[in-house]
Ligand binder design. Sequence first.
Ligand code: FES
Ligand code: FES
Length: 178
Amino acid sequence: MSNETTKGADRRRRTVRCEVNGQVVEQDVDVRRTLGDFLRHDCGLTGTHYGCEHGVCGACTVLLDGRSARACLTLAVQAEGHKITTVEGLGAVDGALSVLQQAFHECHALQCGFCTPGMLATLTELLRETPRPTEAEVRDALAGNLCRCTGYQPIVEAALLAARRLSGETVESATEGA
Ligand code: FES
Ligand code: FES
């Protein structure tokens, strides 16, 4: 390989250092590698799903410094110096579900589960920024996340149940919270 070719190859790779679910990750990547491929293939975090791969379905949504981001449209190099949270990092370290995940479970807010990681990321951001959203606000937040199974109603109910619990209300079960 000539020197010029070697230099060209070097320019196509960068070392990315970021925090993924609380762990520092340092990885040499192709500059065109997407954040989704980085998470799935380099970090082994396959909970981040790829659906459309062009920013429409929301299945790949993760949190980048707490803000929702499409992992299929974000490059891995853009994560440099940032904190990423995937579905694997939403619950507690001991494996306990987050309040929102528990509400999904109780409300049967998933069937095949393909959209669920993206839904959880989007709603985690919503509930942090709007602790007591209206049903309309929940539906508006979910406008960029497609689900082919549930009809959305149980997802909306789960978000509203989680909001009540996160606000300090004691709601024993999804049935009582409905
Ligand atoms: Fe990223 Fe569909 S896979 S939005
Ligand atoms: Fe199947 Fe949403 S649960 S796509």
